[in-house]
Design a protein. Structure first.
Length: 117
């Protein structure tokens, strides 16, 4: 029997404590406008190319914070991405590793990654 489940990831949810602040911060680092609607008072869908990212303040708690990156944002220039995040005073968790990726934290404590594609 073939599975009715597709081999695709639709959306990744990120727990955040303040949906407006999260929208502004993520849109800033991704150079996106903040004109999208906050849905149901706790969800913001970041307009992404490919797999979606949803910020969700309803699921936020100390236990749900991403303590290990579960996905990465792509970049074509890892050194420039590192300098850019540093200029934004983002908390960098690692240096550029293996000339390929680095980890950082968002303002809510989530560990995330940027990786050279």
């Amino acid at each position: 029997m073939n599975s009715p489940i597709l081999n695709q990831i639709g959306t990744v949810f990120i727990p955040v404590s303040n949906i407006e602040q999260a929208r502004d911060w993520y849109c800033d680092i991704l150079s996106l406008p903040t004109k999208g609607e906050i849905q149901f008072g706790h969800l913001y869908v970041i307009p992404m190319n490919g797999t979606g990212v949803v910020l969700d303040s309803k699921i936020y708690s100390e236990e749900t914070i991403l303590k290990t990156p579960s996905f990465h944002f792509n970049t074509e220039d890892i050194e420039e991405a590192y300098r850019f995040m540093k200029s934004k005073s983002v908390e960098l968790v690692t240096n550029i590793e293996h000339n390929h990726y680095f980890n950082f934290k968002d303002p809510f404590g989530n560990h995330l990654m940027i990786c050279k594609c």
